[in-house]
Design a protein around this ligand. Sequence first.
Ligand code: GLP
Length: 263
Amino acid sequence: MEIIIQPTPEAGSIIAAQIIAKFVRTKPDCVLGLATGSTPLATYRELARMHREEGLDFSKVTTFNLDEYVGLPPEHSQSYHAFMDEHFFRHVNVPRAHIHIPDGMACDVPAECARYEAAIIAAGGIDLQLLGIGTDGHIGFNEPSSSLASRTRIKTLTQRTRADNARFFGGDLAQVPFHCITMGVGTIMASREVLMLAFGKNKATAVAAAAEGPITAMNPASALQMHPVVKCIVDEPAAEKLTRREYYRWVYQNKPIWQQISG
Ligand code: GLP
């Protein structure tokens, strides 16, 4: 796992956007896995700016989102459908038909999960998966104890995740759904590259366990240690508990020119 430590979330988000933009320019018909939550917001803003001001073209890109709440219709302001539209899709030119988000209103949830997995395969698999991380180490909505081989399925959210996300529901815990449909850890592991972002002190424990702890279902992000191409961009507070953080800085400062990240 390559750990990139940046002074601020803004600086980290610009690098994340540059990595994604470079990917889109190199492979215009790439398949991007996208994430929600507060963490990727600045990355989406920067990608939208690149689209507006630099002509970054998403017209051939296909996207698959990690997850959706069960029981929230797409028009609900806190559904991940609405989130993605507000923060990304309405600002760029990904064709509507290329956008995939699990259907949280599906009557037959297992069938919806199987359909979603099949759609990812039909699109040729995910080239680059963007991830945040929960304070408990969850990726997508794969809570601790999730199978590391899991595929898209229904999950029950922990009370901690519901409480963490209550801020999006006006702070009203009762409004936060109990269930979600999420890509599995195995689905995420099948993507060709992973870009994980973590900002803020409250992510430091989860980040350290994911990058340096044992591989364990108790921190689903730790499965990424077995993935061949993972970049993890963190700010200083999120990097605080990484024992090898000086080495990670050293690596980043001494990258061969051909490996350096630029627009
Ligand atoms: C949410 C999402 C995850 C996200 C995580 C962290 O519940 N399902 O994809 O990475 O929790 O959220 P935030 O970025 O707001 O801290």
